[in-house]
Design a protein around this ligand. Structure first.
Ligand SMILES: NC(=O)c1ccc[n+]([C@@H]2O[C@H](COP(=O)([O-])OP(=O)(O)OC[C@H]3O[C@@H](n4cnc5c(N)ncnc54)[C@H](OP(=O)(O)O)[C@@H]3O)[C@@H](O)[C@H]2O)c1
Length: 263
């Protein structure tokens, strides 16, 4: 089996560091280069101390020099799109975890990946438990009339509501073919969260939290809660590794891990 060569963009970020550590341990994969806005040296020492790899803020330079099979990106939407435009031209496949990409940006990723015959997996959540939470919520959505979502994250999170909460609400409404109902309410209604398809999404940002989400369904006389807790960023790594293994089998955009997991 040939070793899969991977460059990581956002290499000094919280996710980028975790990805590089995981790649060092993963048989059949090798981190061969790293891109980071604040790269000050031209080599990055791998966390296991086994080697150093080329390191720069210059995307073109690292991709041309390292010739990876895959670019993994956990940065910002702007940095992601710059990487997509350059990497697809060079025939490099993409695994993207950056959240907050617009529908237009996803369309552009699909067009560029298709035109250059490479795969691009974009997953707003790589945690397998979170993907299963959404899958189970889609099943329950067909049977229960009322639902709300509470998402809880660390205070450095850039977006609110989270991309996962928005995607969950949209997937739940699509699964039932119509928006959720709002129960008749009384009293002051100035704190009911972001309304998406009849679902109120409540965002909590507190030190001590990493990422959690609870989908609560209501019906007369009963509730059903489906909850996922992220304990550490390790939870994202099996999903990232799966995407790295699978991405080269596809041409164009693969959005989310559902199809790769057979859901
Ligand atoms: N899909 C998932 O499962 C998942 C899970 C967790 C997080 N995320 C998403 O992943 C992204 C990164 O999260 P994080 O927690 O790792 O954030 P982070 O710690 O802020 O890391 C992002 C890193 O990317 C760097 N960066 C920004 N622009 C860049 C550019 N043009 N070129 C190269 N590097 C650049 C940042 O540098 P500076 O600090 O200098 O700006 C930072 O080191 C966010 O969108 C987050 O929502 C996705």
């Amino acid at each position: 089996m040939e070793t899969i060569k991977v460059v990581v963009q956002g290499a000094l970020g919280r996710m980028g560091r975790e990805v590089i550590s995981t790649l060092c341990r993963e048989p059949g994969m090798q981190p061969v280069g790293a891109i980071e806005l604040k790269a000050s040296e031209n080599q990055l020492r791998l966390p296991d101390g086994s080697a150093t790899i080329p390191f720069s803020a210059d995307l073109d330079y690292i991709l041309s020099r390292c010739q990876p099979d895959i670019l993994v990106d956990f940065t910002t939407a702007q940095a992601t799109m710059a990487a997509v435009r350059t990497a697809t031209k060079q025939g490099i496949n993409l695994v993207i975890g950056t959240t907050g990409l617009s529908a237009e940006e996803l369309d552009e990723i699909d067009q560029l990946a298709t035109a250059h015959q490479v795969g691009a997996v974009v997953a707003p959540n790589f945690a397998l438990g979170a993907i299963l939470m959404i899958h189970l919520a889609k099943i329950a959505a067909r049977y229960l009339e009322y639902a709300e979502i509470i998402e809880l994250h660390h205070p450095k999170k850039a977006d609110s509501p989270s991309g996962t909460a928005l995607a969950t609400a949209k997937a739940m409404a699509a699964a039932r073919g119509r928006p959720f109902s709002k129960p008749p309410e009384k009293g002051a209604l100035d704190s009911r969260g972001r309304q998406i398809q009849g679902i109120a999404i409540h965002s909590v940002r507190l030190p001590g939290l990493l990422a959690q989400q609870e989908v609560i369904f209501g019906a007369p006389g009963q509730t059903l809660s489906i909850r996922h807790d992220t304990i550490s960023r390790e939870c994202y790594m099996p999903g990232v590794i799966l995407a790295i293994k699978e991405v080269t089998k596809h041409k164009g955009l693969v959005y989310g891990l559902d199809s790769l997991l057979g859901l």
